[in-house]
Design a protein around this ligand. Structure first.
Ligand code: NAI
Length: 328
């Protein structure tokens, strides 16, 4: 079976290339272009396409793919809010993903963002490089003894809860499903989490229910001087309300790996240099905000696991065996 990869980067070629000999039944074709109705039309003899979190896997694209004979969409990511599953099912296209390839990778990035904004590492780095060894304005707070509020204690939230607990923090969380593997976590309601947390980290999926869960109302309920981290999905946070909260000096710091307008069309993509043209860029003007480019997943271990599960998914599909990662 031939699989056409969309938005393939050099690191995708490398991680898939390292294991591809274990899958002789699969032919991999890498395209740098993003998936869109236009580019989907160029798929010729592939039964499967491999897409990413940034890809447009909406109804229009799926219709074009179905027309080109595609039967399988392999998402090489965990999130799938960019996929129209109803349309895929209607068109007879199976969609599979890679759930939980390395929750620690994302959780470690979340805590890295929290540590960096807390201890002003982004400013300290530049200061010392310019031969300025002043500590003025660089003081932070101890995480030890503070309250970490985890929103969503699935795979990544659980890893983040463990890290925070290891720091000596009191860990509270919101989730409809209480994770039995986290005996040190106290589950509370959202208002309590907002009121009590010194560090709030978002780890729930984006859905109609969670869209803009961080807004003026919820921001106003937070402690003054709170640190907010979002490594989950941009749509969980209203950017305009966040900017208003930052202006009101609500936050000690904000760390974002994901942003609201994080779609292919706000980026100018040259692989080595991806520039963003959007209102999200306004966030970068605040000294207590650190933004990274959706790199939470980006570790050697995670890339290896993504490649392995994606090709196992393709093999499972070919053999008619469920891998448990089917979305429809
Ligand atoms: P998961 O499915 O294991 O856990 C999500 C948890 O959120 C579940 O326990 C669920 O019950 C809970 N939840 C759902 N709605 C909620 C709500 N309204 N309030 C509180 N909790 C709620 O998912 P996993 O693997 O932990 O991933 C979490 C998110 O992280 C993904 O949905 C994805 O958006 C994001 N992600 C980000 C990456 C990055 O590179 N920055 C990479 C991978 C995932």
């Amino acid at each position: 079976m031939k699989i056409t990869f969309f938005a393939a980067k050099s690191y995708d070629r490398e991680s898939f290339g390292q294991i591809r000999r274990d899958y002789p039944e699969l032919e991999l074709e890498y395209w740098e272009t993003e998936l869109s109705p236009k580019t989907a039309a160029y798929v010729t003899d592939s039964q499967a396409v491999c897409a990413f979190v940034s890809s447009d896997v909406g109804a229009e694209v799926l219709e074009v793919l179905a027309d080109r004979g595609v039967k399988l969409v392999l998402m090489r990511c965990a999130g799938f809010n960019n996929v129209d599953l109803e349309a895929a099912t209607r068109l007879g296209i199976k969609v599979m993903r890679v759930p939980g390839y390395s929750p620690e990778a994302v959780a470690e990035h979340a805590i890295a963002l929290a540590m960096a904004v807390n201890r002003h590492l982004h400013k300290a780095y530049i200061r010392v490089r310019e031969n300025n060894y002043s500590l003025q304005g660089l003081s932070g707070v101890n995480f030890y003894g503070k309250v970490a509020g985890i929103v969503g204690t699935g795979r990544i939230g659980a890893a983040m809860a463990r890290i925070c607990y290891g720091f000596g923090m009191k860990v509270i969380a919101v989730d409809a499903y209480q994770n039995k593997d986290l005996p040190f976590v106290t589950y509370v309601d959202m208002d309590t989490l907002l009121r009590q947390s010194d560090l709030i980290s978002l780890h729930c999926p984006l859905s109609d229910d969670t869209y803009h869960m961080i807004n003026l109302e919820t921001i106003n309920k937070m402690k003054d001087g709170v640190i907010l981290i979002n490594t989950s999905r941009g749509g969980l946070v209203s950017t305009d309300d966040l900017i208003a909260g930052i202006r009101e000096r609500k936050f000690f710091g904000v760390g974002l790996d994901v942003y609201e307008e994080e779609t292919a069309n706000v980026f100018e993509n040259h692989e080595d240099e991806i520039m963003m043209h959007s209102t999200t860029a306004r966030l970068l003007s605040f000294p207590n905000v650190i933004v990274t480019s959706h790199q939470g997943f980006f570790t050697d271990e995670a890339l290896g696991a993504i490649a392995r599960t994606t090709l196992d998914n393709a093999r499972g599909y070919l053999q008619g065996v469920s891998t448990g990662t089917e979305l429809n």
